[in-house]
Design a protein around this ligand. Structure first.
Ligand SMILES: [Zn+2]
Length: 449
């Protein structure tokens, strides 16, 4: 596809007349015009791979400048919740009924049967190529770490993290049901593995027994080893799922002071108002950061059936599964949105395209009007969750890692898939063609030895 704009392969560029969400600019230049919906008009000076300066549009313009004609410019994206170890298995292992239990059982079967070093590396690399082509610069993935998978997946992850370090900053979280930590020896082994591989300690919590004791043990493991924590929480439409509160209370009780990321938090949206208010207070006190996965929630939540003789017939979903993004943000809790799964039994679609995540989230969770600072949810906020101060924002001195859209406004950005976007990494245009699915045909067809 021909680019809508020619970006010369030069070490120095001036991109004039860009429309940038002001919330994504660190150090908004004095005199910048910020118009409706928080869009700033600026010129971007690029030198030797970095942003040399940001100016209000029109200052010091020269004929050699590239006129963006008000095209939107965003920093490259941070996708803080993905599962690239599961990605792209859909052609060989589908979800039997589209529910979360169906996803768990079919994925576990595929993992036991197929997740060799070679299989994982091929699919994970494919996912990273998708994310990179779409303009993502940092990505956190959960990795199924139930024995014996942990000994296969983490070395593959470490190899890819190293191979990709100049293109995508990769972080890993061990994924294990919280009740898996009831085996204290295995829990300790996993925590030590996270030290060895520079990983983040994680667990999945919904409705389970012995929650407080298990949380105290997991948080203790993290405290002893100075590990970060990242939890999957209450991914269900049952108001009795209150692990969100249990996590906050356990973090406070154990004196864990570092920010903790929690994903999903679906049931929070259907709990009584007084419980919701208390949960918001707890989250603020516990230094929680929340990541919503709207596309995966739409796919998996609220799927229901009615008996139809011997068959089951799909019913229209009434519950769409998204947490209380607006209320959390209003309470001062950092809120991110992320991809979650891609072409696997948890989510049959998706391509690690942050633009799709954003534009879908705007529709699903009504992140409008005004769109305001919601672009932070797929850029700056998740980058901060990942501890990355150079990703997800435009600033003088930061890397020239940017995405240029033909669109000039949200009303031009959100309706179209932005397949003609231009991605600059270190000031140079990259190939934005995502890999061909055919490349995975052989690995998905291969039978385990
Ligand atoms: Zn997840």
């Amino acid at each position: 596809m021909p680019a809508f704009l020619d970006i010369p392969n030069s070490d120095s560029l001036v991109l004039r007349n860009a429309s940038v969400p002001a919330c994504l600019i660190e150090g908004l230049p004095a005199g910048t015009n910020v118009h409706d919906d928080g869009i700033a008009n600026i010129d971007i000076v690029i030198a030797d791979g970095f942003i040399d300066a940001l100016h209000p549009t029109g200052q010091n313009a020269t004929p050699a400048d590239i006129d963006l004609s008000q095209s939107m410019v965003w920093p490259c994206f941070a996708d803080v919740h993905t599962h690239i170890d599961k990605g792209h298995i859909w052609p060989r292992k589908q979800n039997p009924d589209g529910t979360r239990p169906g996803a768990l059982s079919s994925t576990a079967a595929d993992r036991a049967e197929n997740w060799t070093t070679e299989d994982l590396r091929a699919r994970m690399e494919f996912s990273l190529r998708c994310a990179y082509a779409h303009g993502t610069a940092a990505l956190r993935t959960h990795l199924d770490s139930t024995a014996p998978q942990h000994k296969i997946s983490w070395p593959v992850f470490a190899g890819l993290r190293d191979a990709w370090k100049d293109r995508i900053t990769l972080q890993g979280v061990c994924l294990e049901p919280i009740w898996g930590y009831a085996d204290r020896a295995f829990g300790t082994e996993i925590a030590d593995l996270m030290v060895e591989y520079g990983g983040i300690l994680g667990a999945v919590l919904n409705i389970q027994d012995d929650t407080d004791n298990l949380l105290d043990f997991v948080i203790g493991l993290a405290l002893d080893r100075e590990l970060e924590l990242d939890f999957h929480v209450d991914e269900m439409g049952d108001p009795d799922a209150k692990s969100f509160d249990n996590i906050c209370e356990a973090l406070i009780r154990n004196g864990y002071n570092r920010p903790v990321n929690v994903g999903h938090c679906c049931s929070l949206a259907i709990r009584p108002q007084d419980e919701m208010n208390r949960a918001l207070d707890l989250a603020a006190e516990a230094n929680l950061r929340v990541t919503s996965l709207p596309m995966c929630n739409l796919f998996l939540q609220g799927r229901q059936f009615e008996a139809n003789g011997h068959d089951r017939r799909s019913q229209t979903p009434r519950w769409r599964g998204v947490t209380i993004l607006h209320e959390l943000k209003a309470r001062g809790i950092p809120v991110a949105i992320a991809s979650d799964n891609t072409r696997d039994p948890f989510y049959a679609y998706g391509d690690l395209d942050a633009v799709e995540v954003f534009s879908q989230a705007v529709r699903i969770a009504q992140l409008d009007y005004p769109v305001g600072d919601w672009p932070m949810a797929i850029t700056r906020t998740p980058a901060e969750t990942m501890g990355l101060s150079d990703v997800g924002r435009l600033k003088a001195g930061g890397p020239a890692d940017i995405v240029i859209f033909r669109a000039r406004s949200y009303s031009e950005l959100i309706p179209r898939p932005q397949s003609d976007r231009i991605v600059l990494r270190g000031g140079k245009a990259i190939d934005t063609t995502p890999p061909d699915y055919r490349e995975l045909d052989d690995i998905l067809a291969r039978q385990p030895a």
